[in-house]
Design a protein around this ligand. Structure first.
Ligand code: GLP
Length: 268
């Protein structure tokens, strides 16, 4: 796991956006896995800016979102489809037929997950998966106790997640108690994972994800098994890490390596 600690969330989002831009430069028809929440908003803003400056093009990109509330219409203002429209899709040149968000209204609960997995597979699999992290260490909506091999399915939310997400709704009672989410196993299939976490409220989950044991009680810890995961943090999210000094040293060494490697193509 590569851990990049930045002075601010802005800087972390800028560097993460550069990583996404490099992916699109390398492969115009990349498949991106997308996340919702406050955390990736700055990253989406940076990508929109790059698009407006003609530095990146989304016309051939396909996207799959991690999750959606069960029971919400796509047009519902708090649905994750609406979030993606507002903060990203409506401001870039991606055809809507190439954007996939789980259908929160599916009547085929039993088979829907397998169908979503098949759609991802037929697009060639996810090249780059963007992730946030919940305070209880969840990725997607894979709450503590989710199997580390889980695939897309319906999952019950914990009361902590329901309370955290109540800020997007008028009342806590309006927050759905179920969601359709890619599983931990689905996320681990992505070629590269890029996780963002900002603020001290996330510091415990971040510490457990990076330095704790691999456990279904902190589903993000499964990323320790992933061969290509990059974590972008601000100082506050990194404050509980025991090996912070090493992560800074490793980044300095990594920069030297990049100078000598072929991966020093200029940013788009
Ligand atoms: C929800 C989403 C996650 C997200 C998390 C944290 O639970 N399903 O994908 O990472 O919230 O959200 P925020 O970035 O707003 O803290």
């Amino acid at each position: 796991m590569r851990v990049i600690i930045c002075p601010s969330a802005e800087e972390a989002s800028r560097q993460a956006a550069n990583m996404v831009a490099k992916q699109l430069q390398k492969k115009a028809n990349s498949v991106l896995g997308l996340a919702t929440g406050d955390t990736p908003k700055k990253l989406y803003k940076q990508l929109i800016e790059k698009y407006r400056e003609n530095k990146i093009d989304f016309s051939e990109v396909t996207t799959f979102n991690l999750d959606e509330y069960f029971g919400l219409r796509p047009e519902h203002p708090q649905s994750y489809r609406s979030f993606m429209q507002e903060y990203f899709f409506s401001q870039i040149n991606i055809p809507s037929s190439q954007t996939f968000v789980p259908n929160g209204l599916t009547s085929d609960v039993e088979n829907y997950g397998a169908k979503y997995e098949a759609q991802i597979d037929s697009a060639g699999g996810i090249d780059l998966q963007i992730l946030g992290i919940g305070r209880d260490g969840h990725i997607g909506f894979n709450e503590p106790g989710s199997s580390l091999g889980s695939l897309t399915r319906v999952k019950a939310l914990t009361s902590e997640t329901i309370s955290d997400n109540a800020r997007f709704f008028n009342t806590k009672e309006q927050v759905p108690h179920l969601a359709i989410t890619m599983g931990v196993g689905s996320i681990l299939k992505a070629k590269t994972c890029l996780l963002l976490a900002f603020g001290s409220a996330k510091s415990k989950a971040v510490m457990e994800m990076i330095e704790g044991p691999i456990t279904s009680q902190v589903t993000a810890s499964a990323l320790q098994l992933h061969p290509q995961t990059v974590v972008f943090l601000d100082e506050e999210a990194a404050e509980k890490l025991a090996r912070k000094k090493y992560y800074h040293e490793a980044e300095a060494a990594q920069k030297q390596l990049e100078i000598f490697s072929s991966d020093n193509t200029p940013l788009p």
